[in-house]
Design a protein around this ligand. Sequence first.
Ligand code: ATP
Length: 417
Amino acid sequence: MDYFYIGIDDTDSPDGMCTTYLASSILNEFERNAIEIEDFPRLIRLNPFAPFKTRGNGGVSFKLSLDQDIALAKEIVLDYVSRLSMFDCENTNPGVVFYKGEITPSMVDYSLKAIYSIISIEEAEEFAGEIGAEIHKFKKGRGIIGSIAAISCPLEDYTYELLAYRESEKFGQLRKIDYDSVYEMDKETFPETFENIDGKYLAIEPKTPCPVLYGIRANNPEVLKKAYDMVVPNENIADFQIFKTNQHTDMHIQDVECIADMKQYSCYKIRGEVKDKPHVIEGGHMFFTLFDESSEIECAAYEPTKSFRKTVSKLSAGDVVELYGGIGRENTFNIEKFQVIDLNDVVYKNPICQCGKRMTSAGRNKGFKCKHCGKTIKSDEKIKEHVKRDLTEGMFYETPVSARRHLAKPLIRMNLD
Ligand code: ATP
């Protein structure tokens, strides 16, 4: 069925604004003008490795039936984007896209490409021409890349996010949301809402000067109203909006045959064998190498993943794991979560001496010696032993809430047994 679609992206900067807030202001203006949208407004997260993203690489879209005042809707959108975007920031290059018709298979392919890989402004512009979409570029107009994708993205699995916005005079000021109320809300509504807290860390609260006071994520919109009523914001909420979104669906994760087929700036599920014991470098980042018959890749659990590094450190050479994550700027695979497929519980150790102590090497090809009683053995052969492992085969392990990507599907949504 034909609808009128609106896509908006790239209106904010690290210093302020948020495309969802702009969208929410537009929706309020629509309401004042008796313009109704179909379903919920959508917040679509795109490639987490896109080079010009401000934070979470999200674009926004809405859908209107053709009996709405389309001319007025367009006028309102362009007016708001041109007035409220953060034009002073070099990296803010808003794009608005209007499209009338059905979402075609080529549009779906385009949106998946925007999630899986990198698209240029020229490519987006050419594609808009092919589908007959009307584009509005502000400055460089990079936002059209995400706007077309936000319109076109299919949502088979989806979640909802309620975003509460601050009064404008509070923008940039410290948020003082009552922690205990969020704790209670989480206790009452989890797992239908999720990612609310992480110990004492308030995950619903952004740490940036943007207009968002908090965002609560959930599997259904009904529970969000209940959660909203429970959270004590300790300041006036100017407005709130519920978005339907591809957040926490793993939509960015592609299946891939082998390591050699993986590309930089894309995200995958990849099975391989751990080559070496994970090690930490300066800054607290943890690395190990994963290999298969085609190639090998360096894998990382960076410092912000905190306690996840402890879990990763339990991996050993010979373990078979399935990793979820993506290849970033350093060409390293950033792990979001992993499943243990097969644990190597065999280790080769120096023999135990008759006196009960572990022997040490007597030198290359010289066998072993016991430092305790002086006994020597000529053979260099180490002894095979089985060790108890602190990981479980079949189990998934994920990064903590504080370090999780918007698109990463938390284990609580994976319907695991
Ligand atoms: P916020 O999350 O605060 O809304 P953001 O992280 O979404 O900000 P934007 O300001 O929207 O960042 O900037 C992201 C830019 O990257 C947009 O111009 C968007 O069109 C573009 N973009 C999105 N996906 C891709 C992609 N796959 N390849 C290239 N550019 C992309």
